[in-house]
Design a protein around this ligand. Structure first.
Ligand SMILES: NC(=O)c1ccc[n+]([C@@H]2O[C@H](COP(=O)([O-])OP(=O)(O)OC[C@H]3O[C@@H](n4cnc5c(N)ncnc54)[C@H](OP(=O)(O)O)[C@@H]3O)[C@@H](O)[C@H]2O)c1
Length: 326
């Protein structure tokens, strides 16, 4: 079968399309014929061989997320059958042969039914982004209906789903993006207010929009740039969840003291099995009810995985980047 293979760590050029042997499912594992794979920033960090959460053994096929049809099941698998439409969310799977491929084998617990109404591309957008958005809002921030939530970086794979979930669960949502295209997706996902990313210069604007109280919850996608600003605008007793970070920042901790604000870290790798189950139940229910509607930004062929890795880091976001697998 066709798959992207990485035989040495490095830049996007190490993503090479190759012919590899088809993997076979062991007991309690499932093989999925994929039609789409989701591309996530963490796959670019892993590709360098220096990522703190995970260094794979070489050679390997990247990818945790995808969607397709079950084409083989191992002994003991009862909740899935050959032919089922499914999405794959394999970040925490014990076995994952990689979704940048025509077929993936992974634990049955990483494979979930995809409603007929949801395309494979949208199904491949769920995995890491949907589970992260859910964990940020509900496990870490413990968001409640009626609260005001700032999604600080709302135009990307995780951000748009976070806007949809927060809105659907009764929050007033403020979302930020840096392009008009990104902003219109954030608006269409249900944000009441859509702004540029907040800077010192725009603090007054956001505060006057929400009657000087500040957001109860901030989901932060570039903490090394924004954490000090977040602390200045967060409401008293508010919660800031650090989801994305690409460096260091100096903050004045007094800002957190004065408001008794909490800064909460999030790493999806830490999710507990019961929390993972709960998140997936929620994602399936949100999909069926129409609350979640993934926005696809760019679809590239599997062979262009290197371009997808360049784009997810360098280009402005406008929804999810997907690899199509023929
Ligand atoms: N902790 C975890 O377990 C976990 C899980 C998933 C993702 N993440 C991280 O979360 C981040 C987003 O992931 P993704 O899949 O949504 O990536 P993505 O699709 O590339 O989206 C990136 C987002 O960051 C926004 N952004 C850019 N500059 C910003 C700024 N100055 N302030 C605030 N936001 C800014 C982008 O907005 P514009 O392009 O419109 O400027 C876009 O909305 C990445 O850093 C990723 O590594 C962490």
């Amino acid at each position: 079968m066709k798959a992207i293979q990485i035989i040495e760590f490095g830049g996007p050029e190490v993503l090479q399309c190759a012919e590899v042997a088809e993997p076979t499912p062991a007991p309690n594992e499932v093989r999925v014929r994929l039609f789409a794979a989701g591309v996530n920033p963490n796959e670019t960090y892993i590709r360098t061989g220096t990522y703190s959460f995970y260094i794979p053994e070489l050679p390997y096929t990247p990818g945790f997320d995808g969607a397709g049809v079950v084409d083989a099941i191992g002994e003991g698998v009862t909740h899935l059958h050959v032919g089922d439409r499914v999405f794959v969310a394999a970040l925490l799977a014990k076995r994952n042969t990689g979704t940048y491929a025509q077929k993936v084998v992974c634990d049955e617990t990483a494979v979930h039914r995809l409603p007929e109404s949801i395309s494979f591309e949208k199904g491949a957008s769920l995995g890491i982004p949907a589970l992260t958005a859910y964990r940020a809002l509900f496990h870490r921030a413990k968001m409640k209906p009626g609260e005001t939530v700032l999604i600080h970086g709302a135009s990307g794979g995780v951000g748009l789903l976070a806007v949809q979930m927060a809105k659907g669960l009764g929050a007033t949502v403020i979302g930020t993006a840096s392009t008009e295209e990104g902003k219109s997706l954030v608006k269409a996902s249900g944000a009441t207010h859509v702004l540029d990313h907040i800077t010192e210069a725009s603090i007054d604007k956001i505060m006057s929009l929400i009657h000087e109280r500040g957001p109860d919850v901030i989901i932060e996608f570039l903490a090394n740039v924004n954490l000090e600003t977040d602390l200045k605008i967060i409401a008293p007793y508010g919660r800031i969840v650090v989801v994305g970070n690409r460096g260091s920042i100096e903050i004045n901790p007094r800002l957190a003291m004065m408001k008794e604000a909490d800064i909460l870290g999030l790493a999806l790798w830490n999710v507990l099995p019961a929390e993972y189950e709960e998140s997936l139940h929620a994602v399936e229910a949100f999909l069926q009810s129409g609350l979640l509607h993934p926005e696809i930004g760019e679809v590239l062929p599997l062979e262009d995985a290197n371009k997808a890795h360049e784009q997810i880091i360098e280009k402005k976001a406008r929804g999810k980047i997907i690899l199509s697998v023929d």
